[in-house]
Design a protein around this ligand. Structure first.
Ligand code: TXA
Ligand code: MG
Length: 375
């Protein structure tokens, strides 16, 4: 059952029999043909009328509604089964539109926009009265993102300029990186899906809080701390990202929830490669004896060495971007194949690796086995 681990009452109340129209556009096309343009126009009209439309961005698929309409925000929370204290990101399609939704624009916002917008970066800023509190989960700040995906930009413009969009998955599931993932989670619950093929990045945007004295990363993503440091100088990172076992509450409300989780129990195994392989194969043997269906999430370098029922290779260690792009799909595929025990290799916590490990740790509910190094 989709979202069986949800535990949110609103999810069950939402209409599940709506007709969901699917329109297709070429992957990251720069110019659209007449049919595509018409599809995006209709999608924009749907959002303006208070409906919901899922659409591709360069990071993951978003579930869009009118960011200035509180009723649309409520529909988004219901369709996802998302707790309403978890605020939404407002997407814009022109930098100047930011002025309509923030109280003031710190200098740091202009510096970051110059360097990384349009692109996979979200800024937390003081909100203006124009933004309904349903969108910001009652906070006096607003998350703003200017995506670079051409279809996303077009759709936002057709929708009136401000689109609230969380990732288009049922709450708790891995974010969707293809339209098929969105269909699985959202068909029957929303008016339209814009299918733009597989996304380019595969992990959600980096979130940076610009209301703090020192800009602070609340969620790691494609735009890394190193990249932000180069334009801003000093940048902090939320302690819960650096020390995942910290007992503090993350500053981005959404980061406190278990997330990205496959249905099977996932454990990350850290250590020297041959030890990881030995340990995982031993565990797989024991799991099988108990009737479990086993899976491994691995890299190209070691894939041939595992004895699991299902082996998902997410790319080579030398290509972190490829790993980022494939991670969420692989987690969903384990569900489809009915895997009940999953073991994953671990990744570096530098650069893009930090975002990969952050998502993986959440998917695993922080279950990590650290193997001792041989002395
Ligand atoms: O790449 C992305 O950011 C995708 C695409 C669709 O743009 N969107 C996305 O949205 O990942 P969502 O809702 O899945 O994640 C938004 C995160 C949540 O963790 C939420 O708590 C945090 O942003 N957030 C939103 N507004 C915030 C605010 N005012 N202060 C702190 N965190 C905020
Ligand atoms: Mg999400």
């Amino acid at each position: 059952m989709i979202g069986g681990n949800l535990g949110d009452y609103r999810f069950r109340e939402v209409c599940q029999n709506m007709e969901t129209k699917i329109v297709r556009i070429r992957r990251e096309a720069d110019a659209f043909d007449e049919e595509e343009e018409e599809g995006l126009r209709q999608a924009g009209e749907t959002i303006k009328r208070g409906g919901l439309v899922a659409f591709p961005t360069e990071t993951v698929y978003g579930l869009g509604g009118d960011a200035l309409n509180p009723e649309s925000a409520r529909k988004i929370y219901a369709a996802k089964g998302r707790p309403s204290d978890n605020p939404l990101i407002v997407h814009i399609s022109r930098f100047e539109d930011i002025c309509g939704i923030v109280e003031y624009l710190p200098e740091t916002a202009e510096i970051i926009a110059d360097a990384f917008w349009p692109g996979p970066l979200t800024m937390i800023l003081p909100k203006s009265d124009k933004v309904p509190s349903d969108v910001t989960g009652g906070l006096n700040t607003v998350a703003v993102r200017f995506p670079s995906h051409p279809a996303a930009k077009r759709l936002i413009a057709y929708s009136g300029g401000y689109v609230a969009a969380p990732s288009a998955n049922v709450s708790g599931r891995p974010s969707p990186t293809t339209a098929e993932h969105v269909v699985k989670d959202m068909k029957g619950r929303i008016e339209m899906i814009v299918d733009g093929g597989k996304v380019g990045i595969g992990l959600e945007s980096t979130i940076i809080d610009l209301t703090a004295e020192v800009p602070c990363i609340l969620r790691p993503g494609y735009v890394t701390r190193e990249m932000l440091g180069r334009v801003l100088g000093k940048v902090d990172t939320d302690v819960t990202i650096i020390r995942p076992d910290s007992t503090e509450t993350p500053k981005a409300p959404g980061m406190k929830y278990r997330h990205y989780a496959p249905a099977g129990a996932l454990v990350i195994v850290e250590g020297e490669p041959h030890r990881v392989v030995d340990y995982v194969n031993r565990r797989i043997g024991a799991d099988r004896a108990c009737g479990e269906k086993t899976g491994v999430l691995v890299t190209e370098e070691l894939r041939g060495q595992y004895e699991a029922d299902v082996i998902k290779c997410i790319g080579s260690r030398s290509d972190e971007e490829g790993i980022a792009r494939n991670l969420f799909s692989a987690l969903r595929e384990f569900d489809e194949e009915g895997v009940t025990r999953i073991y994953s290799e671990s990744f570096s916590s530098q650069g893009l690796g930090q975002a990969i490990m952050n998502r993986l740790l959440k998917a695993a509910g922080h279950q990590v086995v650290r193997l001792q190094t041989e002395l």
